[in-house]
Every structure is written in structure tokens, then in C-alpha cells.
Write a protein that binds this ligand. Sequence first.
Ligand code: BTN
Length: 326
Amino acid sequence: MKAALLRALKQAKGEYISGQEISDILGVSRTTVFNTVSALRTDGYEIESVKNKGYLLKKVPDIIKDYEVESILETQWLGKKVVYEDSIGSTNTLAKELADKGYDNGTVVIADHQDNGRGRRGRSFVSPKGVGIFMSMILKPAFTPEVAPMLTLVSALSVSKAIDSVTGEKTQIKWPNDIVLNGKKICGILTEMSMQTDYINNVVIGIGINVNNTQFSEELQDIAGSIYLQTNQLNHRADIIAQTLYYFEKYYNVFLETNDLRGLVQEYDSKLVNLEKKVKVLDPKEPYEGVAKGITQTGELIVQTNKTTSYVSSGEVSVRGMYGYV
Ligand code: BTN
């Protein structure tokens, strides 16, 4: 009810909309409209009501609850079911449990805070309350397990485009899946898969975006940043979530045409922060340097050294810029 009412108020685009009109659109009584408006005011929405004119939405709080996201979502199937928690251990952990319980392809778990946010390579992901986006998408694809790691790159491209569209900035991707804005990491992605030998039960893609954070601890400061710290602009987190889901659905459809990245390579490369730059490949056998040339159709980083061309797989090694993180 809240989502539908918010959508009606937002679609009025700064004009008043009468209680009668809203109750007609929603198919509910005027009393229900009145009560829902009251509940939304308690949530922090500023909704003006004027006799004989109706309701006007004046201010939307920066909340990422299911109904706020649903009221602006423009997808066909992704995020049609949103599970929201104020505080949780890890959205990936909950999403995995829900996927195993039978929640559908396209379900999205969102939290305002995580106290056990998980990163890649067993690291933790700092997830403070009220400033970030912590979300996980459940997918149940028909393709075979070796295809799944490429989804991380599809996600990175989607988040990068989403942030650009909301902020007007130009974010970049540090291969394979960190989003970088003005040299700082503002988003990380953790993809986890549950599988049989040749069959995927489910894939959970966890996305953590530092949106309005005003500070980071000393040990993170060199690498991590937030959209706010890098641009001095606060953003509505729900807008970034809705755009991320929109772009992911769009790029995932392209991906599914071939079960690889061939339809996305060009766009991905155009965002690659290391493109044509020197990188250090931290190969555990022997680290080496080369120039990043873009990605292959299956998501490896192409690195040109004096002698040869290498194809670096994301699971195996990490890549650094020559002078630090990028
Ligand atoms: C990384 O950069 O190492 C990946 C970070 C992934 C963090 C997100 S936040 C939402 C989801 N839930 C988690 O516990 N982790 C991912």
C-alpha cells in the first residue's frame, strides 16, 4: 500500500493529487489513503494536504525500505520481491538462506546496516547505519556453474552506470568488480554460488556501496571513499538501488543472449580504470608487470608484457596499479 501510494504521489510530479484520485488508482477507500499518508509522515515523508486540492509530496527521506525502492523501480522482474531489514549480519547470508528456502529468481535483500558485512577473500566490509547500500540479488540461472563468475563483471558495469546516472559523475571499474570514483573505491561486490557438479542452485550477488559516508577509519582511508566524500554531494540511496536493478536487468538480458560478456566488453572496457595503464599482477608464483588491454569475452583481464599476452582470471590473482590501489 505504501509503495503504491508513494508511486501515485511521485507520478503527480510536484502537483497536488486528490484523495479521491489516489483512492481510485489504488482501489482503496479514502480512509485507507488518509491512514497510509499518516504512516508515511511518521516514516519521515513530508506530505502536504490542502483542502479541495489534495496531497503533495514535498520531501522524501533518505531511506531504503522496501516500499521506497518499490515506488521508483522500473524493472520487469528484478526486485519485484524486496526483503528489507534495518540491521542484519550480512545481506548475502540472508539471501543465501532465502534462496535455499525457495525464494524466487530476482528477489532482492536490502539492509540499512550490517554487523557482519563480508568482503572478498574473507575480508570484512564496513557497513555503517544510514549511509550505505547493502544489498544482495538472488538469481537462479539455467546456465552451468563456470559461467557464473562473469556475473560479477555484469554487476560492476550495472552499478557503475547506475551511480553515473544518479550523480552525473563518471565512475570507473577496477577489474574485476570494484567501482572507483576519483581514485577511491566506493563499492565492492561479492558473488557467491550454491551448486551441484554441473547445475547452479542459486547465485547471490552482494553489492555494498559507500554513498553518504563522511569518514573512514585510518587503515581504510587510503583505498576507500564514498560518493559524498568524493563529490561533496549527498544522494538518495534508494535512487541508486533502483537504477542498479534497472541496469542489471538490462545488461543481464544482453549477457543471457550468449552466456558470456561479448555484448558488454566494449562498454566495460570504456569504464576500465586501468585501461592502457601499467598494472602489477600479483601472481603468487611470480608477480609481474604489464599494460592492461581490456577484458576478454569471458571476463579475464588482458595484460600485455614485453614478451607475451597474459589472460588473468579474477579468482586467481589480484591486480594493482603501479602507484597504489589503482
Ligand atoms: C569486496 O569489496 O571485498 C566485496 C564487498 C561486498 C559487500 C557487500 S555488502 C552487501 C553484501 N553482503 C555482504 O556481507 N557482502 C556484500
